[in-house]
Ligand binder design. Structure first.
Ligand SMILES: NC(=O)c1ccc[n+]([C@@H]2O[C@H](COP(=O)([O-])OP(=O)(O)OC[C@H]3O[C@@H](n4cnc5c(N)ncnc54)[C@H](O)[C@@H]3O)[C@@H](O)[C@H]2O)c1
Length: 259
C-alpha cells in the first residue's frame, strides 16, 4: 500500500483514463475523490470502486467558481488534499483550416485553462500543508504536430510548460509536480476522435504496434503519486509504446552487410 490514507482527487474520473487512475490509487490505499462534469457518472464510478470513504463531486473545470466549490467540498470533508491528478479533458480532430474559434476556445478553456484553475486551487491547499503531488495529464499531441490537433495539441503543449513552471515555483512548498503524456490510449475519447485511418496511422507509427490501455497510464500515475518518485520533478513521463522515440522503422529484421 504505497498511498495509504492519501486524499487523491482525480478530475474527469467518471470514465476512461481518469477512472482507471482512481481505481489504481484506491488499490494502493488512497481515498478516491472522483470529480467530473458528469456528476452521476462520478457517483457510479465511486460505487464501482466500493469505497464508502471516497467522495464524488460534480465540477466543470473550466469554471473557477465550480472548481473552488469542489476544492472547498474536499477540504471541508477531509481537512486536506494530498494528490491531484489533473485529467479532465476533451478531444477532437478538426483540421486547421476548418477549426472554428468556438472549438478552439472551448478546447483551450477545458484542457488548458481548466487544468490551470484546478491545479492552482489545489496547490493553494497543498502549500498550506507544505506537501502534495500533482500529476497533469498532457498528451503526445502536445509534443508532435499531429493532424487535426491544432487546439488540442496547443492546449497540451501549454500544459507541459505549465507543469515546468509549477515545478519551479511549488518545490519550496513541498509540492511535487509532473506530467504524464499518454500516446494513443483505447478510451471513449479515442473511439470518438480516431477514425480507421487515424488508427492505422498510429499503429504504423508506434513501435509496439498497438494502442495503450488506461491501466498502463494508471500504473505510471501510481509511481508519480508515490514516494518512490520523490526526486522526479517537472518531468514529462511519456507512456506511448515508443511513439515519441521512433524514427525510421522497418520490420523486415534483415541485416544489411557493411559495404
Ligand atoms: N485517450 C487518449 O488516447 C488520450 C491520449 C493522450 C491524452 N489523453 C488525455 O487523457 C485525459 C483523459 O482522456 P480519456 O481518453 O480518458 O477521455 P474520456 O473522454 O474517456 O474521459 C474524459 C472525462 O473528462 C470529463 N470531462 C470533460 N470535460 C470536463 C469538464 N469541463 N469538467 C470536468 N470533467 C470533464 C468527461 O465527462 C469524462 O468523464 C484527457 O485529458 C485526455 O486529453 C487521452
Amino acid at each position: 500500500m504505497k498511498l495509504q490514507g492519501k486524499i487523491a482527487l482525480v478530475t474527469g474520473g467518471a470514465r476512461g483514463i481518469g477512472l482507471s487512475i482512481a481505481k489504481a490509487l484506491a488499490a494502493e490505499g488512497a481515498v478516491p475523490v472522483i470529480a467530473d462534469i458528469n456528476e452521476a457518472g462520478a457517483r457510479d464510478a465511486l460505487v464501482k470502486l466500493d469505497r464508502q470513504d471516497g467522495l464524488a463531486v460534480g465540477v466543470n473545470v473550466a469554471e473557477q467558481a465550480s472548481v473552488e466549490a469542489m476544492v472547498g467540498a474536499i477540504v471541508g470533508r477531509y481537512g486536506r488534499l494530498d494528490i491531484l491528478v489533473n485529467n479532465a479533458g476533451i478531444g477532437g480532430n478538426t483540421p486547421f483550416l476548418d477549426i472554428t474559434s468556438e472549438e478552439w476556445n472551448r478546447t483551450i478553456a477545458i484542457n488548458l485553462t481548466g487544468a490551470f484553475l484546478v491545479a492552482q486551487a489545489c496547490a493553494r491547499e497543498m502549500a498550506k500543508q507544505r506537501s502534495g503531488k500533482v500529476i497533469n495529464i498532457a498528451s503526445l499531441s502536445g509534443q508532435r504536430g499531429g493532424h487535426g490537433r491544432a487546439a488540442y495539441g496547443s492546449a497540451k503543449a501549454g500544459l507541459e510548460l505549465l507543469t515546468k513552471v509549477m515545478a519551479v515555483e511549488l518545490a519550496e512548498f513541498g509540492i511535487n509536480v509532473n506530467n504524464i503524456a499518454p500516446g494513443a490510449i483505447e478510451t471513449e475519447m479515442a473511439k470518438y476522435a480516431h477514425d480507421q485511418a487515424t488508427r492505422a496511422a498510429y499503429n504504423y507509427l508506434i513501435p509496439m504496434t498497438r494502442y495503450g490501455t488506461p491501466e498502463e497510464i494508471a500504473d505510471a500515475a501510481v509511481f508519480l503519486c508515490s514516494d518512490e518518485s520523490r526526486y522526479v520533478h517537472g518531468h514529462t513521463l511519456n507512456v506511448d509504446g515508443g511513439f515519441r522515440a521512433a524514427g525510421l522503422m522497418f520490420r523486415s529484421g534483415k541485416a544489411t552487410p557493411l559495404a
